[in-house]
Design a protein around this ligand. Structure first.
Ligand code: SF4
Length: 222
């Protein structure tokens, strides 16, 4: 990942070139009824959030994280404080938002096949190349696995997705800088209560874990 001009405006221009390629893409004919959209939060942001695939609500209203899970995620993000500005975090203002698969699969999550990921993942690579992020937040198992496959962790003790999902240990995270960016994976909000035992536990982990990761990303890039 090499970048010549890394200002916010340059990042925004580069990523819009990627969006043009995505808009022109027609490689998965079965996804035609539910095409991707072009609203991605802050186009020049150094904090990137990656989901699995857009929901029907997102496709219909051209905005990320609008379904039941998305509303839960938005509420938790807005309950965290921005590390250097005296305000709450705002998903669309503070993050570049994208998905591993850009179109809504016909069978929902079950349609996120390795074949589709293999084709569509190149766009995510291009987005990361364009943005040169400090922090990558993955939501759900598929984008976490994809990132870990392509950008292996620089810390040998943090190779397990389970460990990554459950830790809020700042020292561990500092060591886990992915060489290029800090990775902070989260379980998808659709089943966070089952994975962690309760919604309270999930909400604590997401709210506090996200705030800690952002603080660390800011420190690491200061
Ligand atoms: S899912 Fe990705 S590769 Fe397939 S048509 Fe949509 S943008 Fe293209």
């Amino acid at each position: 990942m090499t970048v010549a001009n890394d200002g916010e405006e340059a990042r925004s221009v580069r990523v819009q070139d990627v969006h043009a390629s995505i808009a022109a893409c027609d490689r998965c004919p079965r996804m035609r009824p539910h095409r991707r959209f072009s609203t991605h939060g802050n186009l020049g942001a150094r904090w990137v959030m990656i989901g699995e695939a857009p929901s029907k609500e997102s496709i219909d209203r051209a905005k990320y994280w609008l379904g039941v899970s998305g509303r839960r995620l938005r509420r938790l993000v807005s309950s965290a404080t921005h590390p250097s500005e005296s305000r709450s975090l705002e998903l669309d203002r503070d993050f570049y938002l994208t998905d591993l698969v850009k179109c809504l699969p016909p069978r929902g999550k079950h349609g996120i096949t390795s074949a589709v990921i293999g084709v569509c993942g190149q766009f995510l690579t291009d987005e990361l190349e364009a943005l040169h992020p400090r922090l990558v937040v993955t939501v759900g198992a598929e984008p976490t696995k994809w990132i870990m496959d392509r950008y292996p962790p620089s810390h040998p003790g943090l190779g397990s997705i389970t460990d990554l999902h459950k830790t809020v240990d700042l020292d561990a995270w500092c060591a886990a800088t992915w060489g290029l960016f800090l990775l902070r994976p989260f379980v998808h909000p659709s089943w966070g209560n089952k994975y962690l035992g309760s919604w309270d536990a999930y909400e604590y982990l997401l709210r506090d874990g996200l705030a800690a990761a952002i603080r660390l990303a800011v420190q690491c890039s200061a």
